[in-house]
Design a protein around this ligand. Structure first.
Ligand SMILES: [Zn+2]
Length: 462
């Protein structure tokens, strides 16, 4: 008899499945692309492939709900094949792509195009978000009902922010009607103007135009008010400022349907990184520099790989984001993976586009700053990458329950490695973390029972 397809037995790992409050040594049996059972001494069909997960963490496949895959229209930066390859390497079995493409994802036809192409060329699950406004111009609502029918999991104008409060209110009302969360890139244009880095000491020293924290906080406050007014679920993207965390914490106490996410660059780096490595490392009191050893990674002043939107903020803001993650105020981790070509980033700081890649480093950086730094339990960290984003977006993912899709990530939390340009699967190399010593790594990524990436297979291929 032939062994069943897309079937696998993962043996001897520590299974961490926050959706089921399960954290214990166990085997995981996958049959025909679905989770069949989790436990000990499982009865296993003959001939099934085995994966020795001893000493490793076995958890639901990680979900990154904030990724720019650049299709359609910007495939020099990334495409569905390379973006999902980077996701698989980072341990992600599902990604949610943002609609600020060319054209923007603001019609059912474009949603269908991405979904069809992702099914053909992607190696992990791709979920699509639709724009809030036509062409992400902030002037006229996109056809939100049509986008929902076409399969979007949320609406967002990410990269931009709807400035007109009345228009945003209507967007929230429609979103509520169609049971779609609204993901908001919080940026007030009149306060931020053409700021390129955090407004503070370092922007003054470097002579760069400032992007004040209040430019984010004022829109986080608006999101809270609109969530209260309309009952829509609003999710604040890539939070960077201490004030935003405080607003969110207070609103959640009152039961407002609001949530937030944080990206590793905002809780690892500070604005001092824009001024070059030495000052940044000196400002780090939490052992990141010590872990790097005698040779600290270096980068020049005005490195455009330290330019993102929202910007790297002060050490105080970084601490507030870490606290927000630790106390549950911020329930989701993601990368804001934003690939850009070399020639676009290799210009003066003022002219470079915002954003860095992140899919391949986010798990390690989150483990280092939260779990290894003893701020968060491993189960809570995994929840922020699995059951929490799945819950926000109503995805039937992020769990190892029997019958669920067999999306599984195997993690070695203590593996020490260096992030090298040659090892990155992304089409773009705009990351400030190349040359960094990291701790923790996905060693296998399994989608619907099929191993789409593993360190082992890579060794064989090499
Ligand atoms: Zn954004």
């Amino acid at each position: 008899m032939l062994a069943p397809m897309n079937s696998l037995l993962l043996t001897g790992g520590r299974v961490v499945d926050p959706a089921n409050h399960f954290d214990s040594p166990a085997d995981v049996l996958i049959i025909d692309g679905k989770i069949f059972a989790v436990g000990k001494n499982l009865s296993v069909p003959k001939g099934i492939e085995q994966f020795d997960a001893k000493g490793k963490i076995v958890c639901p496949g990680l979900i990154d709900l904030h990724v720019h895959l650049r299709e359609p229209g910007q495939t020099a930066k990334e495409n569905l094949a390379t973006g999902t390859a980077a996701a698989a390497r980072g341990g992600f079995t599902s990604v949610v792509c943002m609609p600020n493409t060319l054209p923007a994802i603001d019609t059912a036809g474009t949603v269908a195009l991405i979904r069809e192409r992702a099914a053909r060329e992607g190696i992990v699950n791709v979920f699509v978000t639709g724009a809030i406004t036509k062409n992400i111009a902030g002037e006229e609502l996109a056809p939100i009902g049509g986008l929902k029918r076409a399969g979007v999991v949320a609406i967002t104008d990410d990269g931009h922010c709807v400035q007109n409060h009345e228009l945003m209110r209507h967007a929230c009302q429609y979103a509520k009607m169609f049971d779609l969360p609204v993901m908001d890139h919080c940026q007030d244009y009149s306060l931020v103007t053409d700021g390129v880095m955090h407004e503070g000491y370092w922007s003054t020293v470097l002579g760069l135009r400032g992007w004040p924290a209040a430019g984010e906080e004022v829109i986080v406050a608006r999101s809270i008010l609109l969530a209260e007014l309309t009952g829509a679920k609003i999710h604040c993207q890539h939070l960077s400022a201490a004030g935003s965390v405080a607003l969110l914490r207070d609103a959640k106490k009152r039961g407002v349907p609001i949530s937030g996410e944080a990206c590793p660059h905002h809780f690892v780096l500070t604005d001092a990184a824009v001024a070059g490595s030495e000052k940044f490392w000196n400002a780090d009191g939490k052992g990141l520099a010590k872990f790097q050893g005698s040779e600290l990674p270096e980068w020049p002043k005005y490195d455009t790989n330290c330019k993102m939107n929202p910007p790297l903020r002060s050490a105080k803001d970084r601490e507030a984001i870490l606290e927000g993650l630790a106390d549950g105020t911020i329930e989701i981790l993601c990368s804001d993976h934003a690939p850009h070509c070399d020639y676009e980033k290799e210009v003066e700081f003022d002219y470079a586009p915002f954003g860095i890649t992140g899919l391949e480093t986010e798990l390690a950086l989150a483990l280092m700053q939260l779990v290894h730094a003893k701020r968060l339990s491993l189960a809570d960290l995994i929840a922020k990458f699995t059951v929490n984003p799945a819950g926000l977006l109503n995805l039937s993912k992020g769990t190892l329950s029997a019958g669920a899709d067999a999306d599984v990530t195997v993690i070695d939390p203590d593996c020490e490695w260096v992030f090298r340009v040659a090892d990155s699967a992304s089409k773009s190399k705009n990351s400030p973390f190349f040359g960094w010593k990291l701790k923790g790594k996905a060693v296998a990524t399994i989608v619907a029972g099929k191993t789409v990436w593993s360190e082992k297979s890579e060794l064989v291929a090499a």
